[in-house]
Design a protein around this ligand. Structure first.
Ligand code: HEC
Ligand code: HEC
Length: 455
């Protein structure tokens, strides 16, 4: 395929407001895999595409790299599932979907394929960006096709294999089934129906034979598409962090004294460990449960912060600023209905209002912004929030209360959270960079100039 069109840069300021979307068309016949004489440069592989250093100057020139220029190294991902990194438990695989290399390869291909969306622009990876911790560091809440707002922050997919409930309100339990939600949600990938996607994939030539080879002669269908995507996502296991090497590996100098003190705070005075659990032989930093920290309550009752009546200096382009009233920003930056009742939406039990699923803390240094609505940009802000006892409401979790942490306890706790980055993250990113990005081509059934319905 020689024709490609990509989003080069997807920059947003002020937590999801004022997004700049630049689509670039280029010509290429490249794949993302490195030639044998090239090295993968992990130092170039993290963070937003454009670091924006010096962005305040009119002289600023973008450093964004075209996705096409990326080169990665394909990994044998199945080994992570067969032998999870230090600090992680065994992965429990569903009986009906044993993992195989062919399924992983097919799932990876689907994950990076923009043709799964209605207008061929949005793949899973546009919101779950590999080099940004499989989330999006640049926006607080996700943005779907044609700029449609999504209520929540895109969670990381690292270690998603272990989640017992998916989504922040826990409404799905299987990775195999989960995939159809983003694909068909009108504000995400917006495919009109499951049948539409199946038919579309069946007609795209570069999938010819791949499903049949992975699924014992079975072609693309509602189950096999889910099986393949789930298989790829299950391999995104990331452990063997400095914390794991210290705590489980017995390497005493793997983390700093400050981080060790931070772990004391985490498991003692801070009582974080009540919900973000650490077990004897592994740690997922979750309890598979739902809690009310007060954030959802504050948003839905309009008890937002005192900064609402101020203005914010927004940078529109290099060297160009505007002072925008915060009310104006709020009016365009969120869904009309920002009221997010969390678990209540699933159970309709009034006691479940504003409860959200405990998030993992693994790779937390890579997955800002934080919480279900991406409200906090830094870990310090999150710790401060807990230190103040969350936001009081009649359903606040009894484990959220003022902690009276000292300045040094706060910075130790932050230091500890920074030790949770898995050592294989560069390998998983390298693997993602090697993936080909599925794009519309003249041979595709939805080629815009050829026919209308596409199925
Ligand atoms: C428009 C952005 C967007 C796209 C595209 C997208 N996601 Fe997501 N994803 C999100 C958001 C936001 C959530 C959290 C939604 C919620 O909790 O209600 C999420 C949640 C998830 C979860 C559950 C995570 C958790 O911690 O429970 C998985 C798994 C997932 N997405 C996989 C995928 C896959 C696979 C695709 C492609 C088929 C995809 N996503 C496409 C934004 C997106
Ligand atoms: C009562 C249970 C509970 C306790 C105690 C708790 N947390 Fe949480 N934590 C949660 C829940 C639930 C979420 C998800 C909240 C949301 O999305 O709005 C969360 C989210 C987070 C996040 C953001 C994760 C992300 O990816 O967005 C961080 C960081 C965090 N907690 C750190 C801590 C620290 C540090 C402490 C101790 C000071 C702590 N938590 C105590 C339940 C808890």
């Amino acid at each position: 395929m020689w024709y490609k069109s990509r989003f080069l840069s997807f920059g947003c300021s002020v937590g999801g407001v004022l997004c700049l979307l630049v689509a670039v068309q280029t010509f290429s016949n490249t794949s993302g895999v490195l030639e044998s004489d090239q090295n993968f440069d992990a130092s170039q592989a993290f963070g937003p595409g454009d670091v924006k250093e010096g962005y305040e100057s009119e002289e600023y020139r973008t450093h964004s790299r075209s996705l096409l220029e990326r080169r990665g190294v394909k990994q044998d991902l199945i080994r992570y599932v067969e032998d999870p990194p230090l600090g992680l438990p065994q992965v429990v695989l569903p009986e009906e979907n044993p993992i195989t290399r062919k399924k992983i390869d097919l799932g990876r291909k689907l994950f990076f394929d923009r043709r799964l969306s209605i207008n061929n622009t949005l793949s899973c990876a546009v919101c779950h960006i590999p080099e940004q911790g499989f989330t999006n560091n640049e926006i607080s809440t996700a943005v779907g096709v044609e700029g449609r707002s999504v209520l929540r922050n895109a969670p990381t997919l690292f270690n998603i294999a272990y989640q017992e409930h998916l989504f922040l309100d826990g409404r799905e339990i299987s990775l195999e089934n989960q995939v159809w939600q983003p694909i068909t949600a009108r504000n995400e990938m917006a495919a009109p129906s499951i049948g539409y996607v199946i038919k579309k994939i069946r007609k795209i030539q570069d999938y010819d034979g791949l499903f049949e080879a992975a699924f014992d002669s079975r072609g693309p269908d509602i189950a096999t598409i889910g099986f393949a995507l789930a298989s790829y996502q299950r391999t995104l296991l990331s452990g063997n962090s400095p914390f794991d090497r210290w705590f489980y590996g017995g390497q005493i100098d793997a983390i700093s004294e400050s981080a060790k003190n931070g772990f004391e705070v985490f498991s003692g005075k801070g009582q974080c460990i009540v919900c973000h659990r650490v077990q004897e032989d592994h740690a997922l930093f979750v309890d598979h449960d739902f809690h009310n920290t007060g954030i959802g309550f504050a948003v839905s009752t309009g008890k937002s912060s005192a900064t609402d009546n101020l203005t914010t200096r927004v940078q529109l382009a290099p060297g160009i600023f505007a002072d925008v009233p915060n009310q104006t920003i709020l009016s365009v930056s969120r869904n009309r209905n920002t009221n997010d009742l969390g678990l209540y939406r699933i159970t309709e039990n009034p006691n479940d209002r504003w409860k959200f699923r405990t998030q993992t803390l693994r790779n937390i240094a890579l997955t800002a912004p934080y919480m279900h609505n991406g409200q906090f940009n830094t870990l310090k802000e999150v710790i401060q929030f807990y230190n103040e006892g969350g936001i009081p409401n009649e359903l606040l979790s009894p484990f959220i209360r003022p902690l009276n942490l000292s300045e040094s306890e706060i910075s130790d706790l932050e230091e500890f959270l920074l030790t949770l980055t898995g050592s294989n993250v560069p390998d998983l990113v390298a693997d993602a960079f090697a993936a080909e990005i599925g794009d519309i081509g003249t041979e595709d059934p939805k080629w815009p100039h050829k026919n209308t319905l596409g199925f």
